[in-house]
Design a protein around this ligand. Structure first.
Ligand SMILES: [Zn+2]
Length: 299
């Protein structure tokens, strides 16, 4: 599923290929009823046609295409949305839901197996985005900022990392990676983490996201990829992940077999040795032993 590194990779590729290009045609398939938000497909295309691409930004998992009329074309890829840069006579791409013609003779094809992806055309991109937390790759994002935003939450740290209002751009894969880097169990309550652990978690978040961007994103699924790049090629980050999807395989740091648990409904893979269980859990076990002990004594 596209997260910050996959959207950032797309942003960079688009900047290199389509910045300054004019959109000459627009066609959105009727079989993607959720794709265009706020207006009809026809109205969306009428407003987009003739506009030039003036800039490309990213906020969290949102891609923001700035248009020459000052409006923003906001795109959220959700589960499986991809943009591909193709020549019109290139072979058709499976699950193409929309095609945007460009004045260089190429076209951008929007493919989306699951059809959860969404697009908006708005005056101001912030109108359609939820209230997002800081950008983890900004210089202003420090361990102190992370602690301030996450440290008041009693929820499991894994769930807090996925909360876009706490921190923008993290998803299941990079959150598992960040926690493994930081040697923090996914069920640890965020407000119980010590300052040194926030330092490690901050470093882990940056390491995981940078790994993702360097590998041009993670493409999971062998035939139906959830992320492919602008040129149609898969990313390679899934080959360097340390936690996500590695249940039952040895931890790269210590060799212990990785385990999988559900945290607030989301699958989470961790190393039981490098990422020890929350203190509360160990304390409860100790308390149970204490309570059980007197009964054994008389016998
Ligand atoms: Zn380990």
């Amino acid at each position: 599923m596209p997260e910050l590194p996959e959207v950032e990779t797309l942003r960079r590729d688009l900047e290199a290929r389509v910045l300054g290009r004019r959109i000459t045609s627009c066609a959105v398939s009727a079989d993607a009823p959720r794709l265009v938000q706020l207006v009809t497909r026809d109205e969306f295309c009428r407003q987009l046609r003739g506009r030039a691409i003036a800039g490309l930004r990213r906020r969290g998992k949102y891609l923001i295409v700035d248009l020459d009329d000052g409006r923003a074309w906001v795109i959220h890829r959700r589960m499986s949305g991809n943009l591909l840069y193709r020549a019109p006579d290139d072979a058709p791409d499976a699950f193409t839901r929309a095609v945007f013609g460009l004045d260089d003779g190429h076209e951008l094809r929007w493919t989306d197996l699951r059809k959860f992806g969404t697009m908006w055309l708005v005056e101001d991109a912030t109108m359609v985005m939820e209230s997002l937390g800081p950008e983890p790759l900004d210089a202003a994002f420090t361990p102190g900022v992370l602690r301030e935003r996450a440290g008041r939450r009693s929820a499991p740290v894994k769930a807090v990392l996925l909360d876009q209002t706490v921190l923008a751009g993290m998803g299941n894969l990079y959150a598992d990676e960040a926690l493994h880097h930081a040697r923090i169990h996914p069920l640890r309550p965020a407000n119980r983490l010590r300052a040194a652990e926030f330092e490690r978690l901050h470093a882990g978040i940056l390491a995981a996201l940078r790994m993702g961007i360097e590998g041009r994103g993670s493409s999971l699924g062998t035939t139906l990829r959830d992320h492919i790049n602008l040129d149609g090629a898969p990313g390679a980050s899934q080959e360097t992940v340390r936690a996500y999807g590695r249940e039952g395989e040895p931890c790269y740091a210590c060799g212990t077999l990785m385990r999988r648990i559900k945290v607030r409904g989301r699958s989470s893979v961790f190393c039981p040795r490098c990422q020890p269980a929350p203190r509360a859990g160990r304390g409860a076990t100790a308390a149970r032993r204490k309570r059980a002990a007197p009964k054994r004594r008389p016998a």
